[in-house]
Design a protein around this ligand. Structure first.
Ligand SMILES: C=CC1=C(C)c2cc3[nH]c(cc4nc(cc5[nH]c(cc1n2)c(C)c5CCC(=O)O)C(CCC(=O)O)=C4C)c(C)c3C=C
Ligand SMILES: [Fe+2]
Length: 488
């Protein structure tokens, strides 16, 4: 079995440097395809710009298992009781893939393909909201604390989740008492499995959620139990962000590096896929359809609203999210122009949380400005996520719509999320087929700045100064006001 030498090992102090995100770890498809004896053709896109960015699992880890308040069972208890079927969409045990064989050392092994869909997860009931928020805020990729402050991560997550829960619960109550994310992701997984079968690729499709059931760790245990021999990891986020795909990959890495079987499993990660032709065309189709519902379609401002991230992610940590978002919007607008649609457009960022600066312009502020400028028709396009969720159903459909109407905008529309749109699912299936040949096994892990300090003196010094700083932070009037203003 191949072991990929990984060039993506990160510097200890800067976990997310631009080198990691910009490193082009694509493998030559033609080379990789020769490793298969298979009738599945390896598609390379006509236009390389439209390929997904794939990469074998890179090596940076910090254990995220402990960061969790809600238990998801012992590591060898793969199926969540609430989901007896689990998150595997499998109709066949062994993946035939049209007689595919892959050479493993000196003997040939039957290939068993797995596709792991990564997603955020959402609370299914109002009682789930606070523990879900705890999991989210305990994630080192969501709240990035200096190493000195790591020990306050869990109490801080507890505090923020308790303070935030009432506001979040109101939102979830307004959309029916829970997130639709699990149901939609289940449907997408099923549709993807069918689309792969239509391409004669029989694969088990797994769902791994980052902050709620079915957790990524459970999916990984199921993959291991099923003895998958080749895995494609497909995050359901078109654009890469440290806070989404990056965070889920971190979980994968920490699970994989500790396990002999998993660390040898050939894996291909599709890090981002916002530039795929099939995706761009599917979004353009939905926009065109929605424009037709306005009386004067050409006068409508197309308003892309992306989920924000703190500015520091982009400017300090090298998150490519903003660049990818802008390129994505550019490609969609080019596609619309090619179809004779020349509407004005705007990109803004929504859903900011907490006292720090987030990517600008902010959606709510831009809506007010556009109203003041005399824009009368607005079509909102949620762009960072491919399923309906709280931020489309509550924030956009309720809060922003109300704000727009108050601001003088008379005609409001919203493009639905892609969900199971067939052209989109077919494109995801193509992305999986393209990624398969570049699967590579994990190499050994390196330590990171997040790892436990084994030197007791250094640890004691850090603890001492960290406690003083944490104490000052909690008592600072600025911090208290910030919590009150932004979380509750
Ligand atoms: C690409 C999409 C997303 C990015 C980037 C992202 C970053 C990010 N989010 C928070 C805080 C919260 N996110 C919440 C819900 C939520 N976030 C996304 C997507 C992205 N987040 C989705 C799809 C959802 C909804 C899930 C659902 O239940 O439907 C929440 C909880 C809801 C709320 O209280 O508003 C929080 C909190 C941060 C801090 C962050 C980047 C650092
Ligand atoms: Fe979010």
């Amino acid at each position: 079995m191949d072991v990929t030498s990984c060039s993506s090992v990160l510097p200890k102090t800067k976990l997310y440097g631009p080198n990691f995100y910009n490193s082009d770890a694509k493998f030559s498809l033609s080379h990789s395809c020769t490793r298969f004896r298979t009738s599945v053709s390896c598609h390379s896109s006509k236009n390389s710009q439209h390929n997904s960015t794939t990469q074998p699992l890179a090596m940076l880890c910090s254990s995220s298992r402990d960061n969790r308040q809600a238990t998801f069972g012992e590591s060898h208890q793969p199926i969540d009781k609430r989901n007896p079927v689990g998150k595997t969409f499998s109709s066949v045990g062994v993946c035939e893939y049209d007689g595919t064989l892959v050479e493993s050392h000196s003997h040939a092994t039957e290939e068993k393909i797995g596709v792991l869909l990564l997603n955020l997860g959402g609370p299914e009931t109002l009682n789930d909201v606070q523990p879900f928020l705890y999991n989210l805020f305990a994630d080192p990729d969501i709240i990035r604390l200096p190493s000195l402050f790591q020990f306050i991560r869990r109490p801080l997550a507890k505090l923020i989740s308790v303070l935030r829960a009432p506001k979040s619960k109101e939102g979830y109550a307004a959309i029916g008492g829970g997130s639709p994310l699990r149901k939609i992701t289940d449907e997408q997984a099923h549709a993807l499995k069918m689309a792969l079968e239509a391409k004669n690729l029989h694969a088990n499709v797994y769902i791994g959620m980052r902050y709620w059931y079915p957790f990524t760790e459970e999916a990984i245990q199921q993959i291991k139990k099923d003895r998958i021999t080749r895995l494609v990891v497909l995050p359901l986020y078109p654009q890469f962000s440290i806070s989404t795909t990056g965070s889920s990959i971190r979980v994968l890495q920490s699970e994989f590096r500790e396990d002999a079987y998993l660390s040898r499993l050939p894996v291909s990660i599709i890090k981002s896929w916002y530039q795929r032709e099939g995706y761009i065309k599917s979004v353009a189709d939905l926009i065109m359809k929605e424009l037709e519902s306005f009386t004067e379609p050409a006068e409508v401002r197309i308003f892309f609203s992306a989920h924000g991230v703190p500015v520091s992610y982009v400017e300090e940590a090298g998150d490519p999210y903003k660049d990818q978002m802008e390129e994505c919007i550019y490609l969609i607008m080019q596609e619309l122009k090619a179809r004779g649609v020349y509407n004005e457009h705007t990109l803004a960022y929504q859903s900011r949380v907490g006292p720090v600066q987030w990517l600008k312009p902010y959606t709510d502020e831009v809506i007010v400005e556009l109203g003041q400028k005399g824009v009368k028709s607005l079509l909102a396009v949620p762009i960072s996520f491919v399923s309906e969720h709280i931020e489309t159903l509550e924030e956009i459909d309720m809060e922003y719509k109300e704000l727009a109407l108050e601001s003088g905008i008379q005609n409001w529309g919203r493009v639905p999320a892609l969900n199971c749109t067939s052209s989109f699912i077919t494109d995801l299936a193509e992305a999986v087929v393209e990624a398969l040949p570049s699967a590579r096994a994990l190499t050994t892990a390196t330590s990171t700045s997040q790892e436990i300090d084994h030197d007791p003196v250094r640890y004691a010094i850090k603890l001492f100064f960290g406690s003083i700083l944490a104490f000052l932070l909690f008592l600072s009037p600025k911090m208290i006001t910030a919590f009150r203003n932004h979380l509750i």
